[in-house]
Design a protein around this ligand. Sequence first.
Ligand code: AMP
Length: 268
Amino acid sequence: MTETLNSLRMRAERDGTHISGAERLVPIHQLEDAALKMVQRALQHPRGQAQQINISVEPIERAALQFGRLPDLHNNQVECWQQGRELATEMLVAFGVARVAVERAMTYLAAGAAPGGLSMRGAMLIDADSGERLEADPARGVRVSRMDLSCAVRQQLGPLLAGQGLNNPHVIEALTLAAKVVAAPTLAAELCWSDDPDYLAGYVASRNGGYQRISFLKAAGEERGGRAFFVRCSKDRLATLVDWLERQPFLIERIGRIHPARQWKADR
Ligand code: AMP
């Protein structure tokens, strides 16, 4: 692929509150269509129709692009969100995150991690050993940006996800974001559940553990959601990590494996 790519970004607000965001890297001839889809999505969001929509377009120098791979997807079916959070906790501990850090992250997400008990616009940075929150702005957090699937990966991925009933924008965007996050060397793992009241699934991800989708991580109707990035990074290198997550253009050119669904049954 030799075409110049453009970073296309959308942020939508209602009553001063962030309701939706989206990220693509697209060649010029796809810009119009991709931007239209973003506007439509901001106007139809389950958290309310956007009042203010910001779209930005910025060319990416080809030499600046880094290339990556999608994490393998595992599809864990649980019976309820409580079981989902237990499973997420055990997986994050298995990925090397201290239990205290996982518990703190879950407590923040459940209560609304931004001031006033709201959802953040981006992710928390959590020290993977102590559980200390490290992001500079607890309302904004860190917003992973400038990443996308290559056209070939997007085409391959759709039918594979459809075979599992997972071919929807939530899963595709979350996989894309997680691919960039787990590629960061000082990032141990990620935890996410949505702020969309109708979307109850979430995931944990790490470089070696892949993308572990969990069918329920929150109760129906719950608007508090968010992301926690568990980091092992000295404080003086945090700015480098944040800059990479927010600014480094990252194109995913290789697909990961899509594993069949696995049922988890409560053992009590
Ligand atoms: P979503 O999966 O879009 O429902 O987003 C769930 C939560 O993840 C949001 O409430 C934000 O806190 C966070 N989030 C959304 N987009 C990003 C992003 N690009 N980078 C970091 N965190 C994000």
